[in-house]
Design a protein around this ligand. Structure first.
Ligand code: ATP
Ligand code: MG
Length: 390
């Protein structure tokens, strides 16, 4: 058995975004001290942690200070350089480990990993040189070209219908390593979050049904209203296999597509808590952040029961820019008082002072005694905020 790191110790996190902030909250609730490494002096997690080391991810002194201070270190940002995690791991337990994170950072490696676990993914081709553009098979059109590294929230992607469009899009993306995926007929998007301990124990959250708008997660519903139990089981089993075969320690999210013919296809995975799991803070006995703390400290993992049906709405910076104004640069605060008057609303704002369109400023979870009631109230919230119905 892995040794248990008791409360009172300091836990570190690489990255200071909202995921780090919610990790810090969970760790502090359990009596741990916290340290964040992020170069941004106003980072959401840095603002609430006991210690904030303001250096870049590869700064040797910053890494040394973090490792010295912490009994264990995790990450909240999937593009933390694997070299930084490796350097930390020589001094202190780091979860997830550099090798697992490296697979998740590279779309081509990620797809190879899915396939090696018997988990289907979209037909695709890897493009690293201009010559490979001509060798792409016809059946991948219409397709989506995605950079192999660093993509998120639909960035680093282009929809291409023809070879000419592919060549232009690849050049526009900078001629970097990319993956062309066949565009699939999606019925639904879902995700599964699993948590695995160093001893190989695994627990999972119920399957999340996710609605994206413009490539960004907009709504998560749990229980998933439209996904057959057999497909849910299949997704959960697949996520377990993916985590096991990476010898993964920590929180892992696997995103899937459910196709119109009912088939389940893995899209990508994130080696950290995930936006689609934020509802767990308010709707489950243990949140994804509680379990991140447990996994890294060697505490027992307990299956996180959903105690209330939930709908999560992402709050993007667009809400701060009213559509009906002649001065598009002025921002206004959304009408939180009207939203908070509705039953079962849990508002989470990340402490970001500068709203920008498409920037994740916060989220909101509606919990209720029934899924239909949670949906009904979430639609009321959406109406107040000027978000589309779903
Ligand atoms: P994230 O913010 O989740 O990391 P990302 O930028 O890495 O997003 P993906 O998850 O790969 O991008 O794609 C974003 C969205 O684009 C998906 O949620 C889905 O709606 C759509 N999409 C991606 N790949 C395909 C595909 N092969 N066929 C159809 N739609 C797709
Ligand atoms: Mg995605």
């Amino acid at each position: 058995m892995t040794a248990f790191i008791a409360p009172g110790a300091t836990l570190g996190v690489m990255g200071g975004g909202q995921l780090g902030r919610m990790f810090v909250h969970a760790a502090q609730q359990m009596g741990y001290f916290t340290a964040v490494l992020d170069s941004d002096p106003a980072s959401p997690a840095g603002l609430v942690a006991h210690h904030h080391i303001q250096t870049s991810y590869l700064d040797e002194q910053g890494l040394a200070r973090l490792a010295e201070r912490c009994a264990a270190i995790t990450t909240e940002f999937e593009n933390v350089p694997a070299a930084a995690l490796k350097a930390l791991a020589t001094q202190c337990p780091v979860s997830p480990g550099a090798a697992a994170v490296a697979v998740c950072q590279d779309r081509a490696a990620e797809k190879r990993h899915f396939e090696s676990c018997g988990v289907p993914c979209a037909a695709h081709a890897v493009i690293e040189t201009a010559a490979q553009l001509d060798a792409v098979p016809d059946h991948l059109f219409p397709g989506i070209l995605k950079t192999t590294r660093m993509g998120y929230d639909g960035k680093g992607q282009a929809r291409v219908a023809t070879r000419a469009e592919l060549a232009a899009a690849w050049t526009a993306l900078g001629g970097v390593s990319a993956v062309l995926e066949q565009r699939l007929p999606l019925e639904h998007e879902v995700s599964v979050i699993v948590v695995r301990s160093a001893d190989g124990e695994i627990v999972h959250f119920p399957l999340q049904q996710n609605l994206h708008r413009d490539g960004i997660l907009a709504v998560t519903q749990v229980p998933a209203p439209d996904v057959a139990p057999a497909v849910q089981r299949q997704a959960i089993d697949a996520a377990h296999r993916v985590a096991d075969s990476l010898d993964y320690v920590g929180v892992l999210c696997v995103e899937f597509f459910v196709l119109q013919d009912g088939r389940l296809v893995a899209n990508e995975m994130a080696p950290r808590p995930h936006n689609s799991g934020h509802y767990s803070v308010d709707a489950c006995e243990l949140s994804q952040f509680d379990l991140q703390v447990r996994a890294m400290t060697g505490a027992p993992l307990v299956a996180p029961r959903l105690h209330s049906p939930a709908v999560m709405l992402n709050l993007l910076g667009d809400l701060w820019f009213p559509a009906d104004t002649s001065t598009p640069d002025t921002t206004r605060e959304p009408d939180w008082a009207r939203v908070l008057a509705l039953p079962g609303v849990h508002l989470h704002l990340y402490g970001k002072t500068a709203p920008r369109p498409a920037r994740k400023m916060g989220h909101l979870t509606v919990t209720a005694a029934s899924a239909s009631e949670a949906h009904r109230v979430a639609l009321q919230v959406a109406a107040v905020l000027g978000l589309p119905a779903f």
